[in-house]
Design a protein around this ligand. Structure first.
Ligand code: PHE
Length: 460
């Protein structure tokens, strides 16, 4: 390589960019609704355990791989093993996963943009719950709205990735992440004044003999991967722009804690509103786009709060999308010597095209929605990609990453790398232990459940 590798401007810049990747639709859209579906308290506790014992060690492993190799995933696996080694397939798996995830992620992010416009126009005011539910149905099934916002969102993502590490990605994170926190805190303060807050708090943090199933436990584990952006090399890529003596343990802890905090705060923002307006916490994926607007429609100053809320969702999605595109683009930049802007435009353009079926998957075109769901696959295109990536590809990628660091990287290099520049050297033994044993067991449990083994044994 002729030019020296780009680097983050500072440790804080990295932490903001990496937590920008982690904090996304997963935290604000998905986590609250799966918490609602799984009955709250106990599910939250299990999720926290999964983050601490499985997510955090893998995050450290990813940042380790990136920081040691100073390469994006494909090159990273090559440089830490050897040319032609099968481990390189894990890098490829990561690039493919990033491509798939971003293609549908951008569609949901597009909904948040459309909802910003609806909020600004005060469109929920005075509408009945039925009207608002129907409004979401109309949005989701409109081909032009979906494709249009999807492409607009991809264009913004591409523009930031073209800007590069320091002046594109880090700068976006430095502006968007603090704004996101301020908006979240403002909404939280507002939520604490509502009559539903105590109930919501109890729902999220209390135990109430809920009907958590074993599948719920595995869902918590799967979500730990998605929410921390693990298993596809996003953290390898971001880690590769760190200096070799940056503290990998400290930054991993910071990013995991921030991500978890935002997920919990999102619940404390959403559920008080849900309970205050006597709605169902387990209403599924429509929680953010249906229940919340219904609540906004009944609230004083609802248009303003709705705008803040959807801008927050948009920012969260954008900083995550940037990392997804960066994984794909950095392959072409690092391995094929493409100029950054060519890589961003070509990869981003390809992903935008690949996303069109997802944009049509909620009614926009029968081929990708109802027909497909009625066919052998049994789900629409978007749900198919979501399930394929978050339930199979990310856990599989995470398993490979954990095994690579635990078994393939030489013990001395691993120990030296881990302890380089950190105050947390004492965690080394525990880290390797978790990567070697707990992570593989956890991931295999997810897969065995998926293929119905536990059900056949009568355990579930
Ligand atoms: N972590 C992001 C979220 O919670 C999604 C994501 C997954 C981003 C994988 C990058 C890589 O929304």
């Amino acid at each position: 390589m002729t030019t020296p590798r780009a680097q983050w401007g500072s440790r804080l810049g990295f932490i903001l960019a990496a937590s920008g990747s982690a904090v996304g639709l997963g935290n604000i859209w998905k986590f609250p609704y799966i918490t609602g579906e799984n009955g709250g308290g106990l599910f939250v506790l299990i999720y926290l355990v999964c983050i601490a014992l499985i997510g955090l060690p893998i995050m450290m492993a990813e940042i380790f791989i990136g920081r040691e190799s100073q390469c994006s995933p494909v090159g990273a696996f090559r440089s830490l093993s050897k040319r032609g080694s099968p481990w390189i397939l894990s890098g490829w798996l990561g690039v493919a996963t990033g491509l798939f995830i971003l293609s549908f992620y951008a569609v949901v992010a597009g909904w948040s943009m459309h909802y910003i416009v609806l909020s600004l126009a005060n469109s929920f005011d005075g509408k009945s719950p039925d009207d608002i539910n129907a409004m979401f149905g109309d949005v989701a099934s409109s081909a032009s709205i979906n494709v249009g916002w999807h492409l607009a969102f991809m264009a913004i993502t591409i523009a930031i990735v073209i800007g590069g590490i320091k002046t594109g990605i880090e700068r976006a994170a430095r502006i968007l992440m603090p704004l996101l926190f301020v908006m979240l805190i403002a909404m939280l303060i507002r939520a604490t004044t509502t009559s539903g807050f105590p109930r919501a708090f109890n729902f999220v943090f209390g135990f109430h003999n809920e009907d958590l199933t074993a599948t719920g436990v595995l869902e918590a584990l799967g979500h730990a991967f998605f929410t921390l952006s693990l298993g596809m090399g996003a953290m390898i890529t971001y880690g590769s722009y760190l200096k070799r003596n940056d503290d990998l343990v400290g930054v991993s802890l910071a990013v995991s804690v921030l991500d978890t905090l935002v997920a919990l705060l999102a619940c404390l923002v959403l559920f008080p509103i849900v309970f205050t307006h006597d709605m169902e916490p387990g209403s599924g994926p429509g929680l953010v786009f249906q229940s919340m607007p219904i609540a906004f429609s009944q609230m004083a100053g609802g248009g303003i709060w709705a705008t803040i809320f959807f801008v927050l969702l948009f920012f969260a999605a954008l900083t995550s999308a940037i990392s997804l595109l960066e994984v794909v683009a950095s392959y072409f930049i690092d391995e094929r010597n493409w100029p950054r802007w060519t890589a961003a435009v070509v990869c981003g353009g390809f992903i935008a095209l690949l996303g069109v079926p997802s944009a049509l998957a909620n009614g926009g075109a029968a081929l990708f929605s109802s027909d497909m769901a009625a066919g052998p696959i049994g789900k629409d295109w978007m749900t198919m990609l979501d399930d394929l990536t978050s339930q199979w590809m990310l856990p599989l990628g995470g398993l490979f990453i954990a095994m690579f660091v635990a078994w393939r990287v030489g013990g001395a290099a691993r120990e030296k790398g881990f302890k380089n520049g950190t105050r947390f050297s004492a965690m080394y033994g525990g880290w390797v232990f978790l990567l070697r044993y707990l992570v593989p067991i956890g991931v295999l449990a997810v897969f065995l459940n998926k293929i119905g083994v536990f059900a056949k044994l009568g355990w579930m």
